[in-house]
Ligand binder design. Structure first.
Ligand code: TYD
Length: 213
């Protein structure tokens, strides 16, 4: 197994069931002797967590929303993600820029060209755009996700959206996965938790990122 840093993001509509699998993957990497940095977006630093609160709970126009998620991302990259990758950690990040293209771009219908420019500003480096090495996409029918969310906690500004919004978010993810297919591990999240984990683990073994055990 290589000891260079590895950047993995996790995506999907609300209710797709990412959380337990992120923890499972963290445990699997640790069991193989890797240092793991577990983080999330928007958030991951004190400043970015404050921005998260605003984005999830305060009304604002779509450009403000896009600027805040990218501002949070900039701080997160500088303070947490880049230093962790430089140390050789496995960085497991619950959502990253694909979520912005899916939620602000697909869901809100915000201008994708502006998002691409912000992406360049925030993730641009001499070596090229910083992107995850692997993005795990939990694909789920928005109607099933809505059923799962109905029994969950008090919804935030996104979770409170109708099924049609999440159909557009899914379309946003599909468009990103289409242009960058190699980066995406696509999982059928409608299966049982155990079956989803089996798919996920198998894909990481196939890519040489985890050993078979
Ligand atoms: P989520 O990751 O689902 O966290 P939790 O499990 O604690 O609810 O919540 C983050 C929300 O923020 C989610 O609804 C998607 C949204 N979001 C955006 O709209 N744009 C972004 O760029 C990111 C990272 C998240």
């Amino acid at each position: 197994m290589t000891k260079t840093g590895l950047f993995i993001s996790f995506e999907g509509i609300d209710g797709a069931g990412k959380s337990t699998h992120i923890e499972g993957l963290a445990a699997a990497f640790k069991a193989q002797g890797r240092q793991v940095t577990l983080t999330r977006e928007p958030g991951g630093t004190p400043l970015a967590e404050k921005l998260r609160e605003l984005v999830l709970h305060d009304a604002m126009d779509p450009l403000t929303e896009a600027l805040l998620v990218f501002a949070a991302r900039r701080d997160h990259l500088n303070q947490v993600i880049e230093p962790a990758l430089a140390r050789g950690d496995v960085v497991l990040c619950d959502r990253f820029t694909d979520a912005t293209f899916a939620y602000q771009g697909g869901g809100r219908g915000f201008d994708l060209d502006v998002l691409r420019q912000l992406e360049q500003w925030v993730q641009g480096r001499a070596e090229g755009l910083r992107q995850p090495d692997v993005t795990v996409w939990f694909e789920l029918d928005p109607a099933i996700a809505a059923e799962r969310l109905a029994s969950a906690r008090v919804p935030d500004r996104f979770e409170a959206q109708p099924v049609a919004f999440f159909q557009q978010v899914s379309g946003g993810y599909a468009a990103r996965a289409e242009v960058d297919a190699q980066r995406f591990v696509r999982l059928n999240a409608a299966q049982t938790r155990e079956a989803v984990w089996q798919q996920l683990h198998q894909q990481f073994v196939q890519r040489g990122l985890l050993s078979a055990q």
